[in-house]
Design a protein around this ligand. Structure first.
Ligand code: SF4
Length: 289
């Protein structure tokens, strides 16, 4: 959308906002720098980088309140669960709203008059139109220009390729549990330092987040980044195990889930397009039940 706006195919936006969780892959930061230099700056569109902190550091810091990631849990009784996802709200939606309020001239907690709002573009393509939602505040009105243009994911990739941006990486936290096996393999095979980083993080959160442990709210069970609930260093990211297939048969839409094992949760992490179907089976990450 930034390129479409910069080229004049879509109207020129006033700003582009990047919500930085502090733990994106290096490829995303370099790509963002490139977009800024080659696309945004020449068109006079400022890219505002906003943040609520570093999600990786916060998870491991006993002194920091932590908004939980959607981790896979193996409870003491052997039952599988997931922690509630709060990180998208904390690390993406919150800093964007804060920035928008400042742009409007009504920083929190000022009351924003009813007729003051921004038009916010969300980049959802036609193949995921079901994710298009309204914002939950009156001072933001969501538009979905790619859907209005009838563009699918393939159309977007074709357009990016025509601009020399075919290698646009997917933005998400390096260690996001929504990764599919393809993304885990990509990190392992192409970026050894980043692989070591996620393997270390996976081991560090096995017993829950540091803050919860420090305050006596121990996790009753174990937490994992990989859906198999096996430590990432040993997790079956090159093939689907018999146990995983068996679990899939019991879940809704086995076919869709099989694809998710490989490609990741399709409706993964994006402000205003959060996937609601992932049910939390434990109240809070790190909280004893
Ligand atoms: S990418 Fe994953 S871990 Fe990061 S904020 Fe989104 S859901 Fe949370």
């Amino acid at each position: 959308m930034l390129a479409l706006s910069a080229e004049g195919i879509l109207p020129k936006v006033d700003y582009a906002i990047f919500a930085d969780t502090g733990w994106e892959p290096n490829a995303v930061y370099s790509h963002l720098d490139r977009l800024e230099q080659e696309v945004a700056k020449p068109a006079g569109i400022p890219i505002l980088r906003v943040t609520s902190g570093n999600i990786r550091n916060d998870a491991l810091d006993p002194d920091h309140r932590f908004a939980s990631m959607p981790l896979y849990i193996l409870n003491q009784d052997g039952k599988a669960g997931m922690t509630r996802r709060q990180c998208t709200g904390e690390y993406k939606i919150k800093p964007i709203k804060k920035q928008v309020r400042e742009l409007l001239g009504y920083p929190y907690p000022a009351r924003i008059p009813r007729d003051v709002f921004v038009e916010q573009w969300v980049g959802i393509s036609t193949d995921e139109f079901h994710r298009a939602k309204d914002a939950d505040v009156k001072y933001m009105r969501n538009r979905h220009p790619l859907i209005d243009m009838g563009w699918s994911r393939k159309d977007c990739i074709r357009y990016l390729s025509s601009l020399g941006l075919a290698d646009t990486p997917k933005s998400s936290c390096l260690g996001c549990p929504f990764h599919g096996n393809a993304q885990w393999r990509n990190i392992r095979d192409n970026s050894p330092a980043e692989w070591a980083d996620v393997v270390e993080f996976d081991a560090a959160i096995r017993k829950g987040n540091a803050r919860a442990n420090a305050t006596g709210n121990r996790l009753l069970g174990e937490a994992f980044l990989h859906r198999s609930r096996i430590p990432l260093s040993e997790a079956p990211i090159d093939h689907v195990t018999a146990a995983e297939w068996a679990a899939l048969q019991q879940e809704l839409g086995a076919e869709e889930d099989a694809e998710q094992l490989e490609e990741g949760v399709t409706d993964g992490c994006s402000p205003w397009t959060c996937r609601g179907e992932i049910a939390a089976t434990q109240d809070d990450f790190g909280l004893a039940t």
